[in-house]
Design a protein. Structure first.
Length: 444
């Protein structure tokens, strides 16, 4: 048991350091003795018989420890080790000295040129212990210096990496921003093309009905204003506007006679056929994902708030808000044109009709919002001025004051639309020659 414990204790002892030692002395027997002592402990030893020889050796060879005698001709140990300290400061310096050399030894200690001195005659064990501690100290200093250098290098690399990463992040961010801008521009172009296509379909529906006053676009603008007044969000307002523009698309398949006859004058069979236009309109649009919500509004825009409408006999809040808005705005326009009752009403008469049918046909909140925006529109119209300008003097951002037709009954752009550079260019292209003058009425 004791033998095992002793073995474990020995195993725990640190491995002794070995190093390269330069011994300098003008007495060969001293050098031999030093070399013999150091060789037994595994140290690599080189000897020099003078300070000059030792300095010459150090020029081309790296050593861990220099052990020098104090008394030597030409250059004593103090001066020699001071030279070593100046030229090779990382080399450990030890001085062999006798009692009579104590004054010089103290000077060497004071000027920092030696690690420690060893008195003659030396004890081998003490000498080896001194060398071992010197090697340990040198190892720790070298390791500290190595770790500091490694840390400095790693910090430098980290700074370079951070700089590189920052530059890459900035570059990548710039690229992503450019891609995002391009995607947004592309999305805007697609949305604009989509809106333009819906407006074209709305005009085709108007042409099919013989409508020359852009019923769909009037209803869409008024419905959007009502939705804004009721503080609906942008996505819902877009669905309502699309539904308003296309709410009569299901009428494309109806006969001319049916389209020309006011609804309240139709017989039961004709009404049943006419009422299919709301479900037909939904069927046409429902497969187009961006128009699925608009399709649902179109299906329900003839439902009545108190019930009794078509096609599903919904009532109250069962009817989508967009359909409730479209019902008020659409039928107000039909009252003005005579398409609903057979005889046209003025604006005041149509408003009275809406109020008299609150909670039966219409949602009160929607009627109130519509009347409010209708009054605002009337006030706006009284203060607006109009200019008649040649197309060559029209600029993007100007607002049309009256409908523009490509030819008789073919609407190109309706009153209230903001002119774009694209429309102006297309309109100019319709000129037959330099002398052809195209005038537009512009709202200021």
């Amino acid at each position: 048991m004791l033998a095992q414990q002793q073995t474990e204790e020995l195993d725990d002892e640190p491995t002794p350091f070995t190093g390269k030692i330069l011994c300098v002395d003008d007495e060969p027997q001293i050098l031999m003795s030093l070399k013999r002592v150091f060789r037994r402990s595994g140290h690599s030893t080189h000897t020099a018989t003078s300070a000059a020889e030792g300095l010459e050796y150090l020029k081309d060879n790296s050593v861990d420890i220099v052990v020098s005698d104090m008394r030597m001709p030409e250059m004593d140990g103090n001066h020699f080790l001071s030279e070593v300290a100046a030229r090779w400061p990382d080399t450990v310096r030890m001085l062999l000295t006798g009692y009579s050399d104590m004054e010089s030894t103290v000077g060497a200690i004071n000027n920092g040129s030696i690690y420690r001195y060893i008195a003659k005659p030396w004890d081998d064990t003490d000498l080896l212990m001194c060398v071992q501690r010197a090697l340990e100290s040198k190892f720790l200093k070298d390791e500290h210096r190595r770790l500091n250098a490694l840390t400095a290098e790693q910090n430098k690399q980290l700074q370079e990496l951070n700089q590189s990463l920052e530059e890459k992040v900035q570059t990548r961010t710039k690229e992503l921003r450019q891609v995002a801008e391009q995607l947004q521009l592309s999305t805007n172009n697609i949305e604009q093309a989509y809106s333009d296509s819906i407006a074209v379909f709305s005009r085709i529906v108007g042409m099919r009905e013989g409508e020359s006053t852009a019923h769909g676009e009037r209803v869409a603008e008024a419905a959007d204003r009502v939705a804004e007044k009721m503080q609906l969000d942008d996505a819902v307002r877009k669905d309502i506007r699309y539904a308003a523009l296309l709410h009569d698309i299901g009428k494309i398949g109806l006969s001319d006679e049916l389209l020309r006859t006011p609804y309240d004058t139709l017989n039961d069979e004709q009404k049943e056929l006419f009422q299919q236009h709301s479900t037909n309109g939904e069927a046409i649009l429902v497969t187009l994902s961006p128009l699925s919500n608009a399709a649902a509004i179109i299906r329900a825009h003839h439902e009545q708030y108190g019930g009794g409408g078509y096609p599903d006999n919904l009532k109250g809040e069962e009817i989508p808000i967009g359909a409730r808005i479209l019902a008020v705005v659409n039928e107000f326009d039909d009252l003005l044109s005579g398409a609903l009752l057979g005889s046209a009403m003025d604006s005041d008469g149509a408003i009275r009709y809406l109020n008299s049918n609150i909670d039966r046909r219409y949602d009160k909140k929607v009627v109130e919002a519509f009347i409010a925006i209708n009054e605002n529109l009337t006030r706006e119209e009284t203060i607006k001025k109009e200019l008649i300008l040649n197309i060559d003097n029209v600029e993007p951002g100007m607002t049309l004051a009256e409908d523009v037709y490509l030819r008789e009954n073919v609407l190109m752009l309706r009153s209230g639309q903001v002119l774009t550079a694209s429309f102006i260019a297309k309109f100019k292209a319709l000129k037959t020659g330099p002398s052809d003058s195209k005038l537009l009425k512009i709202r200021t």
